[in-house]
Design a protein. Structure first.
Length: 412
Protein backbone atom coordinates (compact mmCIF):
# COMPACT_ATOMS: atom_id res chain seq x y z
CA UNK A 1 0.00 0.00 0.00
CA UNK A 2 1.33 3.44 -0.79
CA UNK A 3 1.79 5.76 2.16
CA UNK A 4 -0.59 8.64 2.65
CA UNK A 5 0.53 11.76 0.86
CA UNK A 6 0.89 15.03 2.69
CA UNK A 7 -2.25 16.85 1.58
CA UNK A 8 -3.39 20.39 2.19
CA UNK A 9 -7.17 19.99 2.34
CA UNK A 10 -10.36 21.63 3.46
CA UNK A 11 -13.21 19.87 5.22
CA UNK A 12 -16.52 21.39 6.19
CA UNK A 13 -19.70 19.83 7.52
CA UNK A 14 -22.92 21.84 7.45
CA UNK A 15 -21.07 24.84 8.84
CA UNK A 16 -20.32 23.06 12.13
CA UNK A 17 -16.65 22.16 11.95
CA UNK A 18 -13.76 22.90 9.67
CA UNK A 19 -10.32 21.31 9.53
CA UNK A 20 -7.51 22.40 7.26
CA UNK A 21 -3.84 21.80 6.68
CA UNK A 22 -3.83 18.09 7.55
CA UNK A 23 -0.33 16.71 7.09
CA UNK A 24 1.11 13.23 6.68
CA UNK A 25 2.48 13.29 10.21
CA UNK A 26 -1.07 13.21 11.62
CA UNK A 27 -1.36 9.51 10.74
CA UNK A 28 0.41 6.89 12.84
CA UNK A 29 3.01 4.81 11.03
CA UNK A 30 1.85 1.31 10.15
CA UNK A 31 5.10 -0.48 10.85
CA UNK A 32 6.17 -0.53 14.49
CA UNK A 33 9.81 -1.36 15.13
CA UNK A 34 11.24 -3.68 17.75
CA UNK A 35 13.76 -1.04 18.77
CA UNK A 36 11.52 2.04 18.76
CA UNK A 37 13.23 5.06 20.22
CA UNK A 38 10.04 6.66 21.56
CA UNK A 39 10.89 6.37 25.25
CA UNK A 40 7.84 4.33 26.28
CA UNK A 41 9.75 1.07 26.73
CA UNK A 42 7.54 -1.16 24.59
CA UNK A 43 9.83 -1.21 21.56
CA UNK A 44 7.18 -0.44 18.94
CA UNK A 45 8.18 3.13 18.19
CA UNK A 46 4.76 4.74 18.62
CA UNK A 47 5.14 6.20 22.11
CA UNK A 48 1.94 4.82 23.64
CA UNK A 49 3.38 1.99 25.75
CA UNK A 50 1.00 -0.77 24.60
CA UNK A 51 3.39 -2.58 22.27
CA UNK A 52 1.03 -2.88 19.27
CA UNK A 53 2.52 -0.13 17.12
CA UNK A 54 -0.68 1.72 16.32
CA UNK A 55 -0.21 4.68 18.61
CA UNK A 56 -3.57 4.64 20.39
CA UNK A 57 -2.64 2.91 23.64
CA UNK A 58 -5.38 0.25 23.57
CA UNK A 59 -3.22 -2.71 22.58
CA UNK A 60 -5.50 -3.87 19.74
CA UNK A 61 -3.14 -3.14 16.84
CA UNK A 62 -5.76 -1.11 14.95
CA UNK A 63 -4.49 1.76 12.84
CA UNK A 64 -6.65 4.86 12.98
CA UNK A 65 -6.54 8.12 11.08
CA UNK A 66 -7.21 11.64 12.34
CA UNK A 67 -10.55 12.08 14.13
CA UNK A 68 -13.42 13.06 11.85
CA UNK A 69 -14.95 16.52 12.21
CA UNK A 70 -18.45 15.06 12.70
CA UNK A 71 -20.32 11.75 12.52
CA UNK A 72 -23.26 10.86 10.26
CA UNK A 73 -23.14 14.09 8.25
CA UNK A 74 -21.72 14.71 4.82
CA UNK A 75 -18.44 16.60 4.85
CA UNK A 76 -17.16 18.41 1.78
CA UNK A 77 -13.51 17.79 0.92
CA UNK A 78 -11.36 19.76 -1.51
CA UNK A 79 -7.84 18.66 -2.43
CA UNK A 80 -5.21 20.68 -4.28
CA UNK A 81 -4.58 19.98 -7.95
CA UNK A 82 -7.95 18.30 -8.51
CA UNK A 83 -10.27 19.82 -11.11
CA UNK A 84 -13.55 19.42 -12.92
CA UNK A 85 -13.89 19.46 -16.69
CA UNK A 86 -14.24 23.25 -16.73
CA UNK A 87 -11.16 23.73 -14.52
CA UNK A 88 -13.08 24.50 -11.33
CA UNK A 89 -12.15 22.96 -7.98
CA UNK A 90 -13.05 19.28 -7.63
CA UNK A 91 -14.92 18.22 -4.47
CA UNK A 92 -15.92 14.95 -2.89
CA UNK A 93 -17.82 14.06 0.26
CA UNK A 94 -17.29 11.82 3.29
CA UNK A 95 -19.66 10.60 5.97
CA UNK A 96 -18.14 8.94 9.03
CA UNK A 97 -20.05 6.59 11.33
CA UNK A 98 -18.81 6.21 14.88
CA UNK A 99 -17.07 2.89 15.44
CA UNK A 100 -17.28 1.83 11.77
CA UNK A 101 -14.36 -0.13 10.35
CA UNK A 102 -15.92 -0.76 6.94
CA UNK A 103 -15.82 1.72 4.06
CA UNK A 104 -18.05 2.17 1.00
CA UNK A 105 -16.82 4.27 -1.92
CA UNK A 106 -19.56 5.24 -4.38
CA UNK A 107 -18.87 6.85 -7.76
CA UNK A 108 -21.43 9.30 -9.16
CA UNK A 109 -23.15 8.62 -12.51
CA UNK A 110 -23.61 11.17 -15.23
CA UNK A 111 -23.00 10.30 -18.88
CA UNK A 112 -19.77 10.85 -20.79
CA UNK A 113 -18.36 13.06 -23.52
CA UNK A 114 -15.63 12.85 -26.11
CA UNK A 115 -16.31 15.73 -28.53
CA UNK A 116 -17.33 19.40 -28.63
CA UNK A 117 -21.04 18.68 -28.71
CA UNK A 118 -21.09 16.34 -25.74
CA UNK A 119 -18.63 18.30 -23.62
CA UNK A 120 -20.65 21.52 -24.00
CA UNK A 121 -23.95 19.94 -22.97
CA UNK A 122 -25.27 18.63 -26.27
CA UNK A 123 -26.02 15.10 -27.35
CA UNK A 124 -26.82 12.60 -24.63
CA UNK A 125 -25.26 14.86 -22.02
CA UNK A 126 -22.76 14.75 -19.20
CA UNK A 127 -23.15 15.70 -15.53
CA UNK A 128 -21.89 18.74 -13.67
CA UNK A 129 -20.34 20.66 -16.57
CA UNK A 130 -20.33 23.74 -14.32
CA UNK A 131 -18.58 21.96 -11.46
CA UNK A 132 -19.65 20.44 -8.14
CA UNK A 133 -21.92 22.54 -5.88
CA UNK A 134 -21.23 22.60 -2.15
CA UNK A 135 -24.72 21.20 -1.41
CA UNK A 136 -24.31 18.27 -3.81
CA UNK A 137 -25.32 15.70 -1.18
CA UNK A 138 -28.73 17.27 -0.61
CA UNK A 139 -29.69 15.30 -3.73
CA UNK A 140 -27.36 12.34 -3.75
CA UNK A 141 -27.65 11.60 -0.04
CA UNK A 142 -31.22 10.52 -0.73
CA UNK A 143 -31.19 9.53 -4.41
CA UNK A 144 -29.03 6.55 -3.50
CA UNK A 145 -30.74 4.33 -0.89
CA UNK A 146 -27.31 2.97 0.03
CA UNK A 147 -26.12 6.47 0.99
CA UNK A 148 -29.13 7.20 3.19
CA UNK A 149 -28.43 5.84 6.67
CA UNK A 150 -32.17 5.77 7.40
CA UNK A 151 -32.73 3.28 4.56
CA UNK A 152 -31.41 0.36 6.59
CA UNK A 153 -29.25 -0.82 3.69
CA UNK A 154 -26.40 -3.25 4.20
CA UNK A 155 -23.94 -0.34 4.44
CA UNK A 156 -26.03 2.02 6.56
CA UNK A 157 -23.58 1.74 9.47
CA UNK A 158 -20.40 1.95 7.34
CA UNK A 159 -18.16 4.91 6.67
CA UNK A 160 -19.22 6.39 3.32
CA UNK A 161 -17.37 8.34 0.63
CA UNK A 162 -19.16 9.75 -2.42
CA UNK A 163 -16.99 10.56 -5.45
CA UNK A 164 -18.76 13.15 -7.65
CA UNK A 165 -18.44 13.23 -11.41
CA UNK A 166 -17.64 16.31 -13.48
CA UNK A 167 -14.95 15.17 -15.94
CA UNK A 168 -17.00 13.34 -18.58
CA UNK A 169 -14.65 10.33 -18.58
CA UNK A 170 -16.20 7.67 -16.29
CA UNK A 171 -13.76 8.72 -13.55
CA UNK A 172 -10.74 7.55 -15.51
CA UNK A 173 -9.62 10.18 -18.04
CA UNK A 174 -6.08 11.46 -18.32
CA UNK A 175 -6.19 14.31 -20.80
CA UNK A 176 -6.57 18.05 -21.22
CA UNK A 177 -7.95 18.47 -24.70
CA UNK A 178 -9.31 21.28 -26.86
CA UNK A 179 -12.50 20.36 -28.65
CA UNK A 180 -13.33 22.41 -31.75
CA UNK A 181 -16.85 22.98 -33.02
CA UNK A 182 -16.99 21.05 -36.30
CA UNK A 183 -19.43 23.64 -37.63
CA UNK A 184 -17.11 26.52 -36.79
CA UNK A 185 -19.88 28.40 -34.95
CA UNK A 186 -19.20 28.00 -31.24
CA UNK A 187 -15.95 28.71 -29.43
CA UNK A 188 -13.43 25.98 -28.83
CA UNK A 189 -13.66 24.38 -25.39
CA UNK A 190 -10.71 23.25 -23.29
CA UNK A 191 -11.84 20.24 -21.28
CA UNK A 192 -10.11 18.53 -18.37
CA UNK A 193 -10.67 14.78 -18.52
CA UNK A 194 -9.06 14.53 -15.08
CA UNK A 195 -10.98 11.59 -13.64
CA UNK A 196 -7.90 9.46 -13.01
CA UNK A 197 -5.90 12.12 -11.18
CA UNK A 198 -8.94 13.05 -9.10
CA UNK A 199 -9.52 9.43 -8.16
CA UNK A 200 -5.88 8.92 -7.21
CA UNK A 201 -6.05 12.02 -5.00
CA UNK A 202 -9.18 10.63 -3.32
CA UNK A 203 -7.38 7.32 -2.70
CA UNK A 204 -4.44 9.12 -1.08
CA UNK A 205 -6.92 10.94 1.16
CA UNK A 206 -8.60 7.62 2.02
CA UNK A 207 -5.26 6.27 3.17
CA UNK A 208 -4.90 9.24 5.49
CA UNK A 209 -8.34 9.02 7.09
CA UNK A 210 -9.02 5.28 6.74
CA UNK A 211 -5.57 3.67 7.06
CA UNK A 212 -7.06 0.31 8.05
CA UNK A 213 -10.30 -1.01 6.56
CA UNK A 214 -12.05 -4.28 7.32
CA UNK A 215 -14.46 -4.43 4.36
CA UNK A 216 -14.14 -2.16 1.31
CA UNK A 217 -17.19 -1.88 -0.95
CA UNK A 218 -16.87 -0.01 -4.25
CA UNK A 219 -19.96 0.83 -6.29
CA UNK A 220 -21.60 3.34 -8.58
CA UNK A 221 -24.13 3.42 -11.38
CA UNK A 222 -23.77 4.24 -15.09
CA UNK A 223 -20.53 6.23 -15.50
CA UNK A 224 -19.96 5.46 -11.83
CA UNK A 225 -20.45 1.77 -12.55
CA UNK A 226 -17.82 1.80 -15.26
CA UNK A 227 -15.66 3.87 -12.88
CA UNK A 228 -16.12 1.17 -10.25
CA UNK A 229 -14.87 -1.53 -12.61
CA UNK A 230 -11.86 0.46 -13.79
CA UNK A 231 -10.84 1.94 -10.45
CA UNK A 232 -11.35 -1.18 -8.36
CA UNK A 233 -7.76 -2.15 -9.08
CA UNK A 234 -6.41 1.15 -7.76
CA UNK A 235 -8.65 1.19 -4.69
CA UNK A 236 -7.92 -2.42 -3.83
CA UNK A 237 -4.18 -2.19 -4.47
CA UNK A 238 -3.56 1.17 -2.83
CA UNK A 239 -5.70 0.97 0.30
CA UNK A 240 -5.25 -1.26 3.32
CA UNK A 241 -8.47 -3.29 3.15
CA UNK A 242 -8.80 -6.82 4.49
CA UNK A 243 -11.64 -7.75 2.14
CA UNK A 244 -13.03 -6.28 -1.06
CA UNK A 245 -16.46 -6.13 -2.69
CA UNK A 246 -17.58 -4.41 -5.88
CA UNK A 247 -20.91 -3.75 -7.57
CA UNK A 248 -20.95 -2.16 -11.01
CA UNK A 249 -24.48 -0.87 -11.56
CA UNK A 250 -25.33 -0.27 -15.22
CA UNK A 251 -21.86 0.56 -16.47
CA UNK A 252 -20.88 -2.73 -18.10
CA UNK A 253 -17.55 -2.97 -19.87
CA UNK A 254 -18.47 -5.74 -22.25
CA UNK A 255 -15.78 -8.29 -23.19
CA UNK A 256 -14.94 -9.33 -26.74
CA UNK A 257 -17.58 -6.95 -28.05
CA UNK A 258 -17.58 -5.92 -31.68
CA UNK A 259 -20.49 -3.63 -30.85
CA UNK A 260 -18.67 -1.75 -28.07
CA UNK A 261 -15.31 -1.57 -29.79
CA UNK A 262 -15.94 1.76 -31.59
CA UNK A 263 -16.80 3.45 -28.29
CA UNK A 264 -13.74 1.98 -26.58
CA UNK A 265 -11.43 3.19 -29.33
CA UNK A 266 -12.93 6.69 -29.27
CA UNK A 267 -12.52 7.20 -25.54
CA UNK A 268 -9.08 5.64 -25.66
CA UNK A 269 -7.89 8.58 -27.74
CA UNK A 270 -10.06 11.41 -26.35
CA UNK A 271 -9.40 10.54 -22.72
CA UNK A 272 -5.81 9.27 -23.20
CA UNK A 273 -6.41 6.17 -21.12
CA UNK A 274 -3.43 4.10 -22.28
CA UNK A 275 -1.11 5.56 -19.60
CA UNK A 276 -3.75 4.71 -16.99
CA UNK A 277 -4.03 1.15 -18.26
CA UNK A 278 -0.23 0.87 -18.17
CA UNK A 279 -0.45 1.12 -14.38
CA UNK A 280 -2.55 -2.07 -14.27
CA UNK A 281 -1.03 -5.58 -14.40
CA UNK A 282 -1.62 -7.35 -17.70
CA UNK A 283 -2.02 -3.95 -19.34
CA UNK A 284 -1.57 -5.41 -22.81
CA UNK A 285 -4.59 -7.67 -22.50
CA UNK A 286 -6.73 -4.79 -21.20
CA UNK A 287 -5.64 -2.56 -24.08
CA UNK A 288 -6.54 -5.35 -26.46
CA UNK A 289 -10.00 -5.71 -24.90
CA UNK A 290 -11.25 -3.28 -22.23
CA UNK A 291 -13.59 -6.00 -20.95
CA UNK A 292 -10.57 -7.94 -19.71
CA UNK A 293 -10.29 -5.54 -16.76
CA UNK A 294 -12.91 -7.72 -15.06
CA UNK A 295 -10.75 -10.82 -15.48
CA UNK A 296 -7.69 -9.00 -14.14
CA UNK A 297 -9.29 -7.83 -10.89
CA UNK A 298 -11.07 -11.15 -10.43
CA UNK A 299 -7.82 -13.08 -10.73
CA UNK A 300 -5.79 -10.68 -8.57
CA UNK A 301 -8.23 -10.94 -5.65
CA UNK A 302 -9.91 -14.35 -5.94
CA UNK A 303 -11.42 -14.07 -2.44
CA UNK A 304 -13.13 -10.76 -3.27
CA UNK A 305 -16.74 -10.71 -4.42
CA UNK A 306 -17.26 -8.73 -7.64
CA UNK A 307 -20.68 -8.24 -9.17
CA UNK A 308 -22.65 -6.37 -11.79
CA UNK A 309 -26.29 -5.36 -12.13
CA UNK A 310 -28.28 -3.64 -14.86
CA UNK A 311 -31.53 -3.99 -16.76
CA UNK A 312 -31.90 -5.95 -19.97
CA UNK A 313 -33.98 -3.07 -21.38
CA UNK A 314 -31.56 -0.30 -20.39
CA UNK A 315 -32.06 2.60 -22.80
CA UNK A 316 -29.49 5.02 -21.47
CA UNK A 317 -26.04 3.48 -21.20
CA UNK A 318 -26.93 1.37 -24.21
CA UNK A 319 -27.43 4.55 -26.26
CA UNK A 320 -24.03 5.92 -25.20
CA UNK A 321 -22.52 2.57 -26.17
CA UNK A 322 -23.88 2.35 -29.72
CA UNK A 323 -25.91 5.35 -30.91
CA UNK A 324 -23.00 7.58 -31.94
CA UNK A 325 -21.15 4.78 -33.69
CA UNK A 326 -23.75 3.03 -35.84
CA UNK A 327 -26.01 4.83 -38.29
CA UNK A 328 -29.77 4.50 -38.25
CA UNK A 329 -30.16 2.46 -35.08
CA UNK A 330 -33.72 2.03 -33.90
CA UNK A 331 -34.57 1.45 -30.25
CA UNK A 332 -35.13 -2.24 -30.98
CA UNK A 333 -31.76 -2.46 -32.72
CA UNK A 334 -30.03 -0.91 -29.70
CA UNK A 335 -31.71 -3.41 -27.42
CA UNK A 336 -30.55 -6.24 -29.69
CA UNK A 337 -26.90 -5.11 -29.55
CA UNK A 338 -27.21 -4.84 -25.77
CA UNK A 339 -28.68 -8.34 -25.61
CA UNK A 340 -25.81 -9.78 -27.65
CA UNK A 341 -23.21 -8.00 -25.52
CA UNK A 342 -24.94 -9.30 -22.39
CA UNK A 343 -24.53 -12.85 -23.66
CA UNK A 344 -20.78 -12.24 -23.82
CA UNK A 345 -20.72 -10.74 -20.33
CA UNK A 346 -22.67 -13.63 -18.81
CA UNK A 347 -20.20 -16.10 -20.31
CA UNK A 348 -17.33 -14.11 -18.80
CA UNK A 349 -18.88 -13.98 -15.32
CA UNK A 350 -19.85 -17.65 -15.34
CA UNK A 351 -16.20 -18.58 -15.90
CA UNK A 352 -15.02 -17.25 -12.50
CA UNK A 353 -16.28 -18.20 -9.06
CA UNK A 354 -15.91 -14.75 -7.51
CA UNK A 355 -17.99 -12.97 -10.19
CA UNK A 356 -21.76 -12.70 -10.09
CA UNK A 357 -24.54 -10.81 -11.85
CA UNK A 358 -28.10 -9.69 -11.15
CA UNK A 359 -29.81 -8.55 -14.34
CA UNK A 360 -33.57 -7.90 -14.17
CA UNK A 361 -35.57 -7.18 -17.29
CA UNK A 362 -36.91 -3.63 -17.05
CA UNK A 363 -38.21 -0.91 -14.77
CA UNK A 364 -40.48 1.92 -15.90
CA UNK A 365 -38.21 4.52 -14.35
CA UNK A 366 -35.21 6.32 -15.80
CA UNK A 367 -35.35 4.29 -19.04
CA UNK A 368 -34.60 1.10 -17.11
CA UNK A 369 -31.26 2.56 -16.15
CA UNK A 370 -29.50 2.04 -12.80
CA UNK A 371 -31.05 -0.46 -10.39
CA UNK A 372 -29.52 0.96 -7.17
CA UNK A 373 -30.81 4.55 -7.35
CA UNK A 374 -34.18 5.96 -6.22
CA UNK A 375 -35.36 2.62 -4.78
CA UNK A 376 -34.70 -1.09 -5.02
CA UNK A 377 -38.35 -1.74 -5.85
CA UNK A 378 -38.91 -2.62 -9.49
CA UNK A 379 -35.63 -4.49 -9.81
CA UNK A 380 -37.09 -7.85 -8.92
CA UNK A 381 -36.22 -11.19 -10.41
CA UNK A 382 -38.80 -13.46 -8.87
CA UNK A 383 -38.90 -12.74 -5.14
CA UNK A 384 -35.49 -11.03 -4.97
CA UNK A 385 -34.59 -7.44 -5.78
CA UNK A 386 -31.20 -5.79 -6.10
CA UNK A 387 -31.26 -4.77 -2.44
CA UNK A 388 -31.44 -8.44 -1.45
CA UNK A 389 -28.66 -9.18 -3.92
CA UNK A 390 -26.43 -6.54 -2.30
CA UNK A 391 -27.13 -7.97 1.15
CA UNK A 392 -25.99 -11.40 -0.03
CA UNK A 393 -23.02 -9.97 -1.93
CA UNK A 394 -21.68 -8.34 1.24
CA UNK A 395 -22.31 -11.43 3.38
CA UNK A 396 -19.29 -13.66 2.78
CA UNK A 397 -21.06 -16.54 4.51
CA UNK A 398 -23.54 -16.66 1.64
CA UNK A 399 -22.69 -18.27 -1.71
CA UNK A 400 -22.46 -15.97 -4.71
CA UNK A 401 -25.48 -16.52 -6.93
CA UNK A 402 -26.28 -14.99 -10.31
CA UNK A 403 -29.68 -14.31 -11.82
CA UNK A 404 -30.89 -12.90 -15.13
CA UNK A 405 -34.31 -12.32 -16.62
CA UNK A 406 -33.70 -12.51 -20.36
CA UNK A 407 -37.24 -11.83 -21.54
CA UNK A 408 -39.31 -10.48 -18.62
CA UNK A 409 -40.79 -13.86 -17.72
CA UNK A 410 -39.28 -13.78 -14.20
CA UNK A 411 -40.67 -10.37 -13.24
CA UNK A 412 -43.20 -10.47 -10.38
Amino acid sequence: MVGALALGLSLSACGEDTRSGVEEGDVGDETGGETGGDGDGDGDGDGDGDGDGDGDGDGDGDITGPPPPVFDQWVKIELPDTVCGNGSQYKFFANWHEGAKNLAVVFEPGGACWDHNGCTGGGLGVANLNGIPDDHMLIWGFTYPMLNRASGSAISDWNLVFVPYCTGDVHTGNNVITYEDPNGVEDDVVFNHAGHDNTMAVISWLNLYFPQIDDLFVSGCSAGGAGTQINYYFLRELTNAARGFALNDSGPIFPNSVHSSPLHQKIRSSWNVDPVIDEIPEAATVKDDFGNITNVISDMWPADRIAITYFMRDYNYSRYSYENFFDGLTKDAIHQLWYEDTELLVDQYEARENLSYFIPYERFLNDSHCSTIFAFAGSEIGEENVGNFIDDLLDSSQPLESKIDWDGSLAP
